[in-house]
Design a protein around this ligand. Structure first.
Ligand code: TXA
Ligand code: MG
Length: 338
C-alpha cells in the first residue's frame, strides 16, 4: 500500500469495518499513514503518536496549530497506565471509566514514546482508551499509541458519521474505517491529574457528576495562570458553523432555523427549518444528534440558528459547552482550534 503525500491528494480508501479492515488500518497507521476511524464519541483522525513525520502530516491535514497537543489512544488500560505517571486519583478514574469517553492528562512517563510534536512540547500527556470495538481493534493492530484528534478540519464541527469525515477530509487521508454513526456524539471529557487537584478541562461524554461520585468529591475548576487555559485547544471560538448561533432562544425570528430540544417548539419556529435534538427531552439522545443537526441546519439558506435552552446537568454540560463555542464571535480566526 502506498501512503499519500500531503500535497498529492487522492481518493481516500474506504473500508467497511470488519477484522480485515482493522488489520489493514492498523498496518497503514504503523507505516506512518493517516487513518480515520470511529470511536464511541466522534470519528478520530489517527496517526502514529511516536512518529514525528506522521504527526506533522496530521497537523497539516487538519490545519491545526502545532501548539495544540493531541490525545494518545491505546486499546488497553494496561498500555495506557504505562504511558504516564498516574496519581491515586487518576488511577481510580482510569479503572472506573476506561475503556470509555474519558481522557486523562497526567505527567508523561520518563520513557514515554509519544513524540514531542504530538505533545506540543508539554511535559504532560493526554491519554484515552476508547470504548468502541472498531477503535480498539484498529489500535491493537497498529501496536503503537495513536494520536487521534477529531477527524475534521480545525475549527469545524466534529464528525459523528463517515460522511462528515469525507466532507472535510476526502482525498487527504490514506483510509477511513466506516462503522455508521457514533453512539455518544460529543467528545471525551478531559480531566487533568497533574498535582493533588483533579481538574475538569473539557466537559464531555462522562458527566461531571459521575466523576465526582467515583472521587468522592467535586472536581476543581481548570487552573489558569491568567494568560493560558490549561487545555491549549479550549479557547472560546470553536466548533464553528457558518451561521451565527443564538443560545437559549425562547422564540425564533423570521429567517432563522431552530435547533430544538423537547416540545412544544418555541413561537416562530418553522417546522421545515427546525431539527429537534430530542423530542422527549433526553440529553443522551441530544448529544448523539448535536453535530449532525448543527451541520444540517448550517447548510440551510437561513440568517442564523436559534438554539433552545439545554439543562446544565449530566451530558447537558457538554452540549451547552459546544453550543457556547459554536456561538462565540469569530473575529479571531486563529482561535478556531481542534
Ligand atoms: O472524544 C475525543 O476525545 C476525540 C476522539 C477522536 O477520541 N478526540 C478529540 O481530540 O476530541 P481533539 O484533538 O479534537 O481534542 C483534544 C483536546 C484539545 O483541546 C487539546 O488541547 C487537549 O485535548 N489536550 C491534549 N493534550 C493535552 C495536555 N497535555 N494538556 C491539556 N490539554 C491537552
Ligand atoms: Mg476536535
Amino acid at each position: 500500500m502506498t501512503i499519500n503525500s500531503p500535497d498529492a491528494p487522492h481518493a481516500t480508501l474506504r473500508l467497511a469495518a470488519d477484522a480485515n479492515a482493522s488489520r489493514k488500518a492498523g498496518a497503514i497507521l504503523a507505516g506512518g499513514g493517516l487513518v480515520a476511524f470511529p470511536t464511541e464519541t466522534v470519528y478520530g483522525l489517527g496517526a502514529d503518536a511516536t512518529d514525528a513525520k506522521a504527526i506533522a502530516r496530521l497537523y497539516a491535514t487538519k490545519g491545526r496549530p502545532l501548539f495544540n497537543p493531541l490525545i494518545a489512544h491505546v486499546d488497553t488500560v494496561e498500555k495506557a497506565l504505562a504511558l504516564g505517571k498516574f496519581s491515586q486519583q487518576a488511577r481510580r478514574l482510569a479503572e472506573a471509566f476506561w475503556p470509555g469517553p474519558l481522557t486523562l492528562v497526567v505527567p508523561a512517563a520518563p520513557d514515554c514514546p509519544v513524540c514531542e510534536l504530538a505533545r506540543a512540547g508539554l511535559p504532560s500527556l493526554a491519554i484515552r482508551v476508547p470504548d468502541h470495538p472498531v477503535a480498539r481493534a484498529v489500535l491493537a493492530a497498529a501496536g503503537k499509541p495513536i494520536a487521534a484528534p477529531s477527524a475534521n478540519r480545525s475549527g469545524h464541527v466534529s464528525p459523528t458519521n463517515p460522511a462528515h469525515v469525507l466532507a472535510d477530509l476526502d482525498g487527504l487521508l490514506d483510509a477511513l474505517v466506516e462503522a455508521g454513526p457514533t453512539q455518544i456524539g460529543v467528545e471525551s471529557t478531559i480531566v487533568a491529574c497533574l498535582d493533588e487537584e483533579v481538574r475538569l478541562l473539557r466537559p464531555g461524554g462522562v458527566p461531571r457528576e459521575a466523576l465526582a461520585r467515583v472521587l468522592g468529591h467535586p472536581l476543581s475548576a481548570p487552573r489558569t495562570d491568567g494568560t493560558k487555559p490549561l487545555a491549549p485547544g479550549r479557547l472560546a471560538s470553536h466548533y464553528a458553523p457558518r451561521h451565527p448561533v443564538r443560545l437559549d432562544a425562547t422564540a425564533v425570528n423570521p429567517g432563522e432555523a431552530c435547533l430544538a430540544f423537547g416540545t412544544p417548539l418555541p413561537p416562530g419556529a418553522d417546522p421545515a427549518l427546525t431539527l429537534n435534538l430530542s423530542e422527549s427531552g433526553s440529553l443522551v439522545e441530544a448529544a448523539a444528534n448535536l453535530y449532525r443537526h448543527l451541520r444540517a441546519l448550517d447548510a440551510l439558506p437561513v440568517t442564523g440558528i436559534a438554539a433552545m435552552g439545554i439543562p446544565d446537568a449530566a451530558l447537558g454540560e457538554a452540549i451547552r459547552d459546544r453550543l457556547l463555542r459554536a456561538a462565540a464571535p469569530r473575529e479571531t480566526a486563529q482561535e478556531n482550534f481542534t
